[in-house]
Design a binder for this molecule. Structure first.
Ligand SMILES: Cc1cc2nc3c(=O)[nH]c(=O)nc-3n(C[C@H](O)[C@H](O)[C@H](O)COP(=O)(O)OP(=O)(O)OC[C@H]3O[C@@H](n4cnc5c(N)ncnc54)[C@H](O)[C@@H]3O)c2cc1C
Length: 319
């Protein structure tokens, strides 16, 4: 029997949506290994987030205290390692978010565990569970076996539907003694980008622009606001300094899976497609009929975006 520990995240006391995808992966894994699932959450004054997580049928170990008020990989890794030991966990799973990518490798090092990142799906039963993960910008999918007694991995949140609400969860305190002064890292400041728009990775609709915009995102941002969407961009647009780098979608940017992805002036390089091919409906606007983006688009508009996007906005308004 292999117990599973799910690493949950909160921001400003709110449970992050990606944690429910990590929980879904943990629950699926436990069905395959015959183990029990528990979750761990750390913070200061985050009882409500712990309760929200428990409402999905999981026993939550909650570490609260001033040392956990601000996220630091060093202090949170100590919490997760303690929770893994308390739960007798053979598997530790978190979401491949910015925080998860920072934290889980450190947890693996502490536990002497083999690790896999960005897992897409699981297969096999008992001791023979295998993890599928992308390599080469998603062109190859590898099946990976972790052979250490404790195993750690992150999952791509867009590949696991959030765990549904379920009875039977609970919250219990997890005592972990972490002295802020004894840490080798120190929280200085968190500079948050404030936006009225939804978070890119959680948005239902994403409107993205590339080099074809020539740096003019005005109409695209307008379309995004008309649709209540987040704005994304290709790396070419980000590297040119036209838009902030947290808008970048792709292999080295964010992975998104919205209901609708509008790609305007984006050619569809594999590194960009790696970050958005999970979208349910892809609309491409490109003036080059040969652009590779049309190979994955559900709807393709061969047009000049400076003409097509204002027309789209107008017709959306008319409806
Ligand atoms: C290791 C590595 C990692 C990378 N990671 C990423 C990543 O995370 N995300 C990412 O996006 N890229 C990434 N890239 C870069 C990637 O290879 C491409 O260079 C990049 O995606 C191209 O961006 P683009 O489509 O905006 O530009 P281009 O490829 O130059 O395409 C611009 C498109 O706009 C069209 N166009 C021009 N004018 C108009 C107009 N008026 N109306 C309509 N269409 C027009 C053109 O026909 C063209 O198809 C990475 C590359 C490497 C090597």
């Amino acid at each position: 029997m292999s117990n599973v520990l799910v690493v949950a995240e909160q921001g400003h006391g709110k449970l992050r949506k990606a944690s429910l995808s990590a929980l879904a992966a943990g629950q699926e894994l436990a069905r395959r290994t015959g183990g029990k699932v528990t979750a761990v959450l750390a913070g200061q004054g985050v009882g409500a987030a712990a309760q929200e997580l428990a409402a999905h049928g999981v026993a939550v170990q909650l570490a609260e205290g001033p040392a956990f008020e601000h996220y630091l990989a060093e202090s949170h890794a100590a919490v997760v390692a303690a929770a893994a030991k308390a739960a007798g966990a053979a598997w530790v799973v978190g979401a491949a978010t910015a925080q998860g990518k920072d934290l889980l490798p450190r947890v693996a090092a502490r536990l002497g565990a083999a690790a896999a990142t960005d897992v897409l799906s699981l297969s096999g039963e008992g001791a023979n569970v295998l993890l599928r993960r992308p390599m080469w910008a998603g062109n190859v999918v590898a099946e990976v076996e972790l052979t250490t007694p404790v195993k750690v991995f992150t999952v791509r949140p867009t590949e696991f539907a959030p765990a549904p609400a379920e009875a039977g969860g609970s919250v219990a305190p997890l005592p972990v003694a972490v002295e802020l002064g004894a840490l080798r890292t120190r929280f200085v400041e968190f500079q948050e980008v404030k936006s009225e728009r939804p978070e890119l990775t959680e948005a239902r609709v994403v409107v993205a622009g590339g080099r074809g915009t020539k740096g003019d995102f005005k109409e695209l941002e307008g379309l995004a606001d008309d649709l209540g969407a987040a704005v994304g961009a290709s790396r070419a647009a980000v590297d040119a300094g036209w838009v902030p780098n947290d808008w970048q979608v792709g292999q080295t940017g964010k992975v998104v899976a919205p209901d609708l992805y509008v790609a305007a002036g984006i050619s569809g390089a594999i590194q960009h497609v790696a970050g958005m091919k999970g979208a349910k409906v892809i609309v491409a606007i490109n003036k080059d009929v040969e652009a590779p983006i049309f190979q994955i688009a559900d709807y393709g508009l061969v047009a000049d975006l400076f003409k097509a996007v204002p027309e789209l906005r107008q017709s959306a308004k008319n409806r």
